[in-house]
Design a protein around this ligand. Structure first.
Ligand code: GDP
Ligand code: MN
Length: 383
């Protein structure tokens, strides 16, 4: 789960990191009011889950409250990488002397949090790391001990020459690690970490992703979820207890078990098709879940055929078949559906499906080929 900048900043502030004040506005008039409160010179910043807002025109400096209102008029409702801007953060403009980068993320290969810092901040860190790797310092933290003081110092020392700046940055880096850990984050980033002309170090941008598996024990963080900025299909899937990832193809897949779902997607590709999604309905044959899955799949206008691939172990195939029949009676679906069921009670299941008029299979190859063919026909690729 991604946090908005203003939310990540709240977490940072709570950990003691110096972050300028700021408040969120949803209308230009509100933005103007906030700007007036901060004395006029402010930055108006789009709150969307996307990098490169600055380049997209989503971060604008204003010299007066009236100008802040104009910027908010442009930014609110703007489309940044397919996301509509619903909120802007209004924050006093800072004088910037230097911009650095400080980030910490879980390194999957090392199975530990890893810091990345660079004095070349403000811009895209991936580019800096690729093109000028000597401008980046990395440090992997042993999670048993946490970030040790000398390690925080070693990182800060790479950013600045002046003792006082190094001292401030050392504290901030340690606080960033605390915020990262205490939030259950998989990534926390300050870009840029600025110095002001009078020698203060501050975080003026904040980014944080939370590991979804950490949310159950962090109610305050979980409450920060902004469903309005998530694709609705993903919200719906999460609420229905389904694992769902949208993809670009046109064969909608509905499978039980993550491994089988992956194998099904591979096979769709093998037969020349393209999966429209990954969807694991889990071990349940609850018709409500099947309805939710079908609603999610059919809400994607790209989907030209729907493929069910169910392996009945503990799950009984006849239960799933009944679930599919009930679900398709409850919602109107024009997209062709093909179903493969195998395992426990498969004979009974096939009877139920055939009686209801479905194409039912037991072979995975056959059903996938058929789904790919039907999608091809619907898309006009094959006759
Ligand atoms: P991002 O583009 O989404 O990463 O947004 P940032 O908050 O990092 O802002 C992008 C850039 O805008 C920064 O690197 C700064 O150069 C500039 N900027 C942002 N806030 C301020 C500010 O308060 N004062 C000044 N002078 N520049 C700012
Ligand atoms: Mn930034």
């Amino acid at each position: 789960m991604d946090l908005h900048e203003y939310q990540a900043k709240e977490r940072f502030r709570a950990a003691g990191i110096p972050v300028p004040p700021g408040e969120v506005a949803t209308t230009p008039a509100e933005a103007e009011k906030l700007a007036a409160k901060y004395g006029g010179a402010v930055v108006v910043k789009a709150q969307v889950h996307s990098g490169g807002r600055g380049k997209a025109g989503g971060v604008k400096l204003a010299k007066s409250a009236a100008e802040a209102k104009q910027h908010a008029e442009k930014i609110l409702g703007m489309d940044i990488k397919g996301l509509r801007v619903e909120k802007v953060l209004v924050t006093p403009a800072e004088d910037i002397a230097t911009e650095a980068y400080v980030g910490v993320l879980i390194d999957r290969a090392k199975q530990a949090p890893t810091f990345i810092v660079s004095a070349a901040g403000g811009i895209d860190i991936e580019t800096v790391a690729r093109e000028t790797p000597d401008k980046v310092r990395r440090l992997t933290v042993d999670p048993r001990y946490g970030l040790l003081p000398h390690q925080a110092y070693w990182l800060a020392n790479f950013l600045y020459d002046e003792a006082d700046l190094i001292k401030q940055a050392t504290t901030i880096i340690a606080q960033l690690y605390d915020a990262f850990r205490e939030s259950g984050a998989s990534m926390a980033e300050i870009n840029p970490l600025i110095t002001t002309p009078d020698g203060q170090v501050k975080a003026i941008d904040a980014k944080m992703s939370i590991d979804d598996n950490e949310l159950f024990r962090r109610a305050a963080v979980a409450a920060m979820r902004d469903t309005s900025s998530e694709p609705t299909a993903e919200t719906r899937a999460r609420e229905a207890g389904l694992s769902f990832v949208k993809l670009d193809g046109d064969v909608g897949c509905c499978v039980n078990g993550a491994g089988l779902a992956m194998a099904t997607m591979d096979l769709v590709k093998y037969y020349g098709g393209n999966p429209a999604n990954f969807l694991d309905i889990g071990g349940s044959s609850n018709p409500d879940k099947v309805v939710a899955a079908l609603e999610i799949i059919t809400s994607d206008p790209n989907v030209k055929a729907i493929l069910f691939n169910i392996f009945g172990g503990i799950t009984r195939c006849d239960d799933v078949a009944n679930g599919i029949v009930t679900a398709t009676r409850r919602i109107d679906i024009e997209t062709p559906i093909v179903i493969r069921l195998t395992g426990t009670n498969e004979k009974k299941a096939l009877e139920i499906l055939k009686e209801a008029g479905f194409s039912a299979f037991t072979s995975m190859d056959e059903v996938v080929e058929e789904a790919v063919r039907l999608a091809g026909v619907a898309a006009g690729r094959v006759a």
